[in-house]
Ligand binder design. Sequence first.
Ligand code: SAM
Length: 361
Amino acid sequence: MDGERILIGDCLHHLQDLAPGSVDLIFADPPYNLQLGGELYRPNNTRVDGVEAAWDRFDGFADYDAFTRAWLGECRRVLKKDGSLWVIGSYHNIFRVGAVLQDLGFWVMNDVVWRKTNPMPNFRGTRFTNAHETLIWAARSPDGRPFFNYDAMKRLNDDLQMRSDWLLPICSGPERLRTDDGKTKAHPTQKPEALLYRVVLSTSRPGDLVLDPFLGTGTTGVVARRLGRRFVGIEQDPAHAERARARIAATPFDADPEVLAITPKRQEPRIPFGQLVESGMIRPGETLADPSRRFAVRVRADGTVIGENHTGRVVGSIHKVGALLQGAPSCNGWIFWHVRQANGHWVPIDVYRQKVRAELA
Ligand SMILES: C[S@@+](CC[C@H](N)C(=O)[O-])C[C@H]1O[C@@H](n2cnc3c(N)ncnc32)[C@H](O)[C@@H]1O
């Protein structure tokens, strides 16, 4: 795809060649400065593949901070005024990174916790299992106003606001790059594409320029390509850079604007459930049930629904009653409640809402 570039070498050097204010989104997965002492073995005596590379070693915190200040300063220079910066890290480095980026003038928008569904256990049993990493999302400055694709995040999350704790597995299986022997991990810290998908989709638009100064296996480039963004990645290790280049080039993508376009929710007409009732699509007295048929409610003439739980009868909107019956904090009634069609099939009531929307369009 046009607009993809991989630069081999030190990011401090290559960042200087990028024009000021030219980048829309930066995702950085910098060295963590893990300070690992000695090798780590599992209880079955197999060795844990940790991060032992020279790029993760620094002469103490002051050295690490100076490095962080240098690359973050360059990133701030190349970032557009309304651009976004994301940095991922662990307890080893993320607090230092956070302090440096605030000192440089960045403005923190959120910290996101990536909770791993399958973290590596703490083999020595000396601490809590390290089950998360932290991402900082920052604007270039307090008045930066970075783009946020709120609606896409909400849709991705079944129409509920996307929260700042993301439950995702670590990168494994076929997605994990291996060396030629097919067994050894090609890179110790390959991030899952699903994580980058949220980052890129939430804070950039199709055609935007995405930069990753610590490219590794090229995960950010893969996702940028899938989502129709332009991309520049920097990697100091030529072998990693080549692997990333091949991986990105082999990623299929669909450039159809219809597929990639962002449709703000506000542009879609709001359809209240009552409108389906008054138009006769759903009849008063009709039964709605959840997909497992555990819960059922009856539709009332005014577009509310009535059901029963341990406290007795509950009446209210499709969302409120859905939440009350499940004992959940919230419920998207449009996808929770299903209605039985003439052919005996149950479909979500959202199908009817979409029909009304299509007619209005
Ligand atoms: C934590 S890994 C990034 C992994 C990547 N996010 C992925 O999904 O594969 C950091 C990468 O940055 C590279 N690196 C470290 N210091 C660098 C520097 N000063 N300039 C460019 N690349 C660097 C390392 O070789 C390593 O591949």
